[in-house]
Ligand binder design. Sequence first.
Ligand code: SF4
Length: 377
Amino acid sequence: MNQPRALYIHVPFCAHRCGYCDFTIVAGRDHLADRYLEALKFEIDRALPPPEKIDVDTVFFGGGTPTQLSARQLEQLCSLVHERFKLSANAEFSVEANPAGLTGDRINVLADAGVNRLSLGVQSFDDTTLTTLERDHRRADVFDCVDRLKTRVENISLDLIFAVPGQSLPLWETTLNTAIGLTPTHLSTYGLTFEKGTAFWTRREKGELPQTTDELEREMYALAMQQLEASHFQQYEISSFARPGFRCRHNQVYWSGQSYYGFGPGAASLIDGERRLNHRSVTTWLKRSLAGEPTVAETEKLDPESRARELLVLSLRTNDGVSKTAFHAISGFDLNDLSGIPINRLVAQGLLKDSDGTVRLTYDGRFLADTVAGELL
Ligand code: SF4
């Protein structure tokens, strides 16, 4: 069995639900957190019975808002990880956090437990944009928070959102420059999406929330690539930019088709070619785990060809692209035999480049990555 070396833990708590969010979360239900921690221990112990410790190279607490947990609860969560997993000497230990509520005691607990990478959900430095996004922090909170963080953690990533209703190109440029001025090691930029079932979707349908035009969204993405490259951030994935040596190793596990453990509500695992998806309802997941019942809602064993196609699409998200030799070694498929026809078509359309034994998105292809993926799956 191909034993995963990456661990994801989903922490589903948030102070409130932002209007665009369709993640697995519960808002304003922090009273469930102690039971969540108990259920998480049950789930891990059932999947990976103690006392054996599992070796991992990357750990990622995502959410939700992991730092919605109290300092005591964060300490408990980190202890659980260290009890059940052996982190390699240079392991990457990442935690997602929101500027609101990232107090000094929480930062100290995380840093003392070996957390060495913080991914901060900044989204914008403009208070009007933050209000539109229904975020619960303001511009000033970000600066305070980054100052506090820098005393304990060197590797700080900032998440930013563009194409927010009402956000102009100059405003986005100011946001990018302000983020660069904070000297993070990593930046992620995401175009706002309207997901069915969210409050934003409903408001857009009612005409209350104007969606940014495709043209402006494209200009914003182009500006991000230009500004960040000019500031010595290297783009290594469609949404990810890093200073040299600071690419997110955990996310690279996903993009290179390697296996990973996932625990918590809605978390996914990929183990030995089988994808397992946990119950998305936090209360269902919690009750099932505490009752000793399976927490996995769906399993899917991908056939070798589907796995190869998925590997192709995931790897194409990265600027390194897909090496035909490596692709053959990992998947057992010859890339030309598997997808030569659509690849040639996409090359002719200027969306892919096929040279030196590697297939990559072109600059134009990065704007249409979903379309490219659709053609190759
Ligand atoms: S803070 Fe993040 S996870 Fe929580 S509701 Fe807002 S967007 Fe969703």
